[in-house]
Write a protein that binds this ligand. Structure first.
Ligand SMILES: [Zn+2]
Length: 419
């Protein structure tokens, strides 16, 4: 389904293919509640042009009149906002450990959510089956009618052909290669699906409902079992020629470092991911460093996780603190390089390891200040995501929702980058 068709058929109404409908909806999404005069200002449409378009969108059930805004002299303006239950999307986040599915409304708010263990070790068939069942379960639990569900967005941390909807490779599941997920879901569930890399999906979530709302240039870095990232340039997700732009996790940080899943040595991922934190801690303990961690895992060093290291650091354990400090420094090198390359306004760090908060953020900021070019580092903010574990499902749902708000022209009248 191409964007023109979607816009022509928003919610099955008879609006026709007018890009300005999408433009107005996107303006209300970004800046609402908002009055008609401000919509005209943001969209560069004339007031008389905005009025009938808004009327059509109200009739079609996408916009509603809300409270009065502040008066700028005359009559206070009536503000417009999206109708949250006009349409919904399903967001699915297939992680290495957790499988999450949510029904998300037009305002990108989660209506219903289900979280399960992915149990990826059970293999391809079982994981696919569990994903399908979880989608059906979350739809049923939400009580949303299927004709109001615009599509299913899937985010996963493998290598994905976004255009074809095929997962080319997912290292977490044995035999998970060249899976035409979009086709399978379309056939089995009769709902259109979109597939993307989970870090890219999370980046979209940050731009819609996270710290990067209305930020034009930012970088999202996902530090969990792996390290992914997404780059937002001029209000658009940048994908690069083959769709793999933003693989910050595979930037070489230590040429003599550990071997990475990708075959190289010393990639950022091998130094800062959850398993990397656990590995470095284990190595230190094996060398005889004394730490509270040994007690926390009851002497079984295989039980060490990054969560345990963070918990010990928060209790004042010296080894755990040093490990997190070093992790932040490595991450800071990656972030500083990305800042020099893209000169963003904001860098957001999300996913499991980001729950360490300032234990991670302080050393990252210190290294960024020391290593990134002064002009770029003075302006940039580095923050921990506020979306937590919901970023993945929100982003996956937004892969679907964004088509309703995109019409080939962005709100400032600039041609968007087709992808
Ligand atoms: Zn690598």
């Amino acid at each position: 389904m191409d964007e023109k068709t979607i816009n022509a058929n928003i919610g099955g109404n008879k609006l026709g293919s007018n890009d300005n409908y999408a433009l107005i909806l996107d303006t209300v999404r970004r800046f609402g509640p908002i009055g008609r005069a401000d919509i005209a200002k943001f969209t560069n449409l004339s007031g008389p042009r905005v009025t009938p378009l808004v009327r059509d969108l109200i009739r079609a059930g996408f916009l509603k009149e809300d409270e009065f805004g502040a008066s700028k002299g005359g009559r206070p303006p009536i503000l417009l906002r999206l109708v949250p239950d006009a349409l919904f999307a399903i967001g699915v986040d297939i992680g290495a450990a957790k499988l999450r599915a949510a029904v998300v409304d037009l305002e990108a708010k989660i209506v219903t959510k289900i979280v399960k263990a992915t149990n990826a070790s059970e293999g391809k068939k079982a994981t696919l089956g569990r994903t399908m069942n979880t989608i059906l379960e979350v739809i049923e639990k939400s009580k949303v009618k299927t004709d109001k569900i615009k599509g299913i967005g899937i985010g996963l941390s493998g290598i994905v052909d976004h255009r074809e909807g095929v997962c080319l490779f997912w290292p977490n599941v044995e035999g998970w290669k060249n899976i035409p997920l979009k086709k399978i879901i379309g056939q089995e569930l009769g709902i259109e699906a979109v597939i993307d890399d989970s870090a890219r999906a999370m980046t979209l979530a940050e731009s819609w409902c996270g710290l990067a709302k209305n930020v034009e240039n930012f970088i999202f870095v996902n530090v969990g079992i792996g390290v992914g990232s997404g780059v937002f340039i001029h209000g658009e997700l940048y994908r690069g020629s083959g769709g793999t732009a933003g693989e910050l996790g595979h930037m070489t940080v230590d040429e003599n470092g550990p071997r990475c899943n990708c075959g190289n040595f010393g990639c950022l991922e091998t130094l800062v991911s959850g398993p990397a934190i656990a590995r470095r801690t284990r190595e230190a303990l094996e060398q005889g460093v004394v730490s509270l961690i040994e007690e926390l895992v009851e002497g079984d060093l295989n039980k060490i996780t990054s969560e345990i290291v963070v918990a010990a650091a928060k209790r004042g354990d010296k080894l755990a603190f040093n490990i997190m400090e070093k992790t932040g420094e490595y991450l800071g090198i990656g972030v500083a390089n990305a800042i020099n390359l893209f000169n963003p306004d904001l860098v957001i760090i999300g996913a499991g390891v980001s729950k360490a908060g300032r234990l991670l953020l302080d050393p990252v900021k210190r290294v960024v200040k020391a290593r990134a070019l002064q002009v770029a580092s003075e302006k940039v903010d580095v923050k921990i995501s506020i979306l937590g574990d919901d970023a993945g499902v929100l982003g996956a749902a937004i892969l679907v929702l964004k088509n309703i708000f995109t019409a080939g022209v962005s709100y400032v009248g600039r041609k968007s980058i087709p992808f």
